[in-house]
Structures are given as C-alpha cells and as structure tokens.
Design a protein around this ligand. Structure first.
Ligand code: MF3
Ligand code: CO
Length: 290
C-alpha cells in the first residue's frame, strides 16, 4: 500500500485530511496484510460519489427485474424478456451491461432449469409451466454498474424444484448476513456453502461473484465454496455481488459448445441462482441491487 501524507487530503476523495479520515483504516488493513491475508487495494474502496452512482444504476436494475416479475408467464419466449430489459432500461436512461460484453449477444441472461447461467434469450425458447428461470440483469448508468438476478417460477413447479429455488434464496440471505467488516470473504462463502450442503445440494465452484461498480467485473472473485479465514478481507466501502449457483445434483458443469456461453449442469438436474450487489458498511452491509 502506498504511504499517504498525514496532512494531505485523503485518497478517498472526502476532502478531509488523511489523518482524520482513512489513516487508521489503512493501518488496520496493513496489519492483516502483514499476517499474510489477502487485502483489498484502494481501487476497490468506493467513494461516496461512487456509491451514489451505483445506487442510481441499481434503481434501474431493480425496476427491470420488478417489471419482469409482473410480466413473466408460461407461453412467453425469452426474447420477450430481453425486449423488456432493453426498453425498460432505455426508458430510464440506462444501458444493459450484458449487451456486447465480451461478445455476449443479448441484453440479459435467461437461464432455465438445468441451465446454470448465461442462458441466451431467443424467440425459440418458450417458457413452460413448471419451469424455473433465473433472469440476470446488469445495468450501466453514468458509467456505474449494477448487477442482480432473481428466480421466477412458472406456474405450478415441482415441490422439489421449488425447494431448490427457496434454499438458494436462503443461501444468498445467509451470505448477506455474513458480510461483516473485518471478516473474510471465505467466512461468508463457507456459510453459503454449508447451507446448500445441509440440504443435499452442491454449489458451482468455477463461477462466482465479483467486485462491481466502476466496472462490471472487478476483483475479488467471490467464491461460495471457500473456507473460513481465507480469501479477501472485507472492509467498509467494498462493493461486490453474492450470487451462488446451487445445483440439485452434481456441481459438475459444461459449456454449450455451439454458443460458447450457456453453462449447464452435467447431470441435467436443475440449478438455481439469486444475486444481490452489496456495499460493506461499518456494521454489516447495505443491499444496493437485488
Ligand atoms: N450478470 C452476470 C454476472 O452476474 C454476467 C453476465 S455476463 C454476460 O456476473 F455476458 F453473459 F452477460
Ligand atoms: Co454478477
């Protein structure tokens, strides 16, 4: 960590002198680094201005997911979901972050049943009674990114599948409760994992959450199969997503060879995911996008 002059304006942009602002904070981080822990660098600490910007972006992201919740129904194709994302986001002045992201062809991800994530909307994919679908939406507003996803159940869903959706939501909520400043990402990830395991489910290892806000995907990678006391230290001002992918069966996955995006469970059993974007605060966390 770069040394900062004690009387100089703080690096965080507050306008306060460093000694009155983040000096003690930096020292606390340094003490963890000296013990060999992974610690965030300053670029991951959001300023007040950044947080305001992310919150405004999230207003759109949340409105889009609410809108989908009202309109989603059996018989609808997933391109129609993509259209809702495009129009609602544009109407509110935002840009869908997914579109053209590393060549991704659509505005949103719609992952049904055994699709783990990155399902690509299409007029050929029609929602059926009994389907479970994750709609993962991300928005850019004034350069700030928000990212969250929800599960929707189409009509009558098999009780076992419903339970998967509900337990996965609980996993996310347990993640939220375990975002505690000066604890570790691994404490949180482990708690999420344990809840899934308690129900006989498995959590995808290869894909996880991420820092988010000034870019779509920032450090750190957020695992939900991690161990207590490991991974990055959580400190106030960090913003990241909690988005466990929970599989009813095996955690083995494969990627669709034709489109290069869509991830499936290896055994064809269903997978569920919920995603929130949170800000670490002095006492816990604040949910920015859900
Ligand atoms: N929204 C996803 C996430 O939660 C990322 C989707 S990238 C895309 O991180 F290109 F597939 F859209
Ligand atoms: Co995400």
């Amino acid at each position: 960590m770069k040394k900062w002059q004690r009387n100089a304006p703080c690096w965080c942009g507050s306008g306060k002198k460093y000694k009155m602002c983040h000096e003690a904070f930096d020292e606390r981080i340094l003490s963890y680094e000296k013990k060999g822990h992974i610690v965030p660098d300053r670029s991951l600490i959001k300023s007040e201005k950044d947080i305001e910007g992310i919150k405004k972006s999230a207003v759109i992201n949340i409105a889009v997911l609410d809108e989908i919740g009202e309109k989603i129904h059996a018989g609808m194709n997933t391109q129609e979901i993509d259209d809702i994302v495009a129009t609602t986001t544009a109407k509110m002045g935002g840009i869908p972050a997914d579109l053209n992201y590393e060549g991704y062809p659509k505005n949103v991800c719609t992952s049904i049943n055994d699709q783990v994530c990155h399902g690509i909307p299409s007029t050929d994919i029609i929602l059926q009674e009994g389907d479970i679908i994750n709609v993962d939406c991300s928005t850019i507003l004034d350069g700030y990114f928000s990212d969250s996803s929800r599960m929707y159940m189409i009509g009558d869903v098999d009780p076992e599948w419903k339970k998967l959706v509900e337990v996965t939501k609980e996993c996310m909520e347990i993640g939220i409760k375990n975002v505690i400043p000066w604890h570790f990402m691994g404490d949180m990830g482990h708690a999420v994992h344990q809840h899934a395991l308690d129900h006989g489910y498995n959590v995808v290892k290869e894909i996880g959450g991420h820092g988010c806000g000034l870019e779509f995907h920032e450090d750190p990678f957020v695992s939900y199969v991690s161990k207590p006391g490991t991974e990055m230290l959580m400190v106030p001002g960090m913003v990241f997503t909690i988005e466990p992918m929970v599989n009813m069966g095996t955690d083995k996955i494969f990627i669709d060879e034709d489109n290069g995006w869509t991830v499936y469970t290896d055994d064809g059993l269903p997978s569920a995911q919920w995603e929130v974007e949170v800000l670490v605060t002095e006492t816990g966390c604040e949910i920015l996008s859900y």
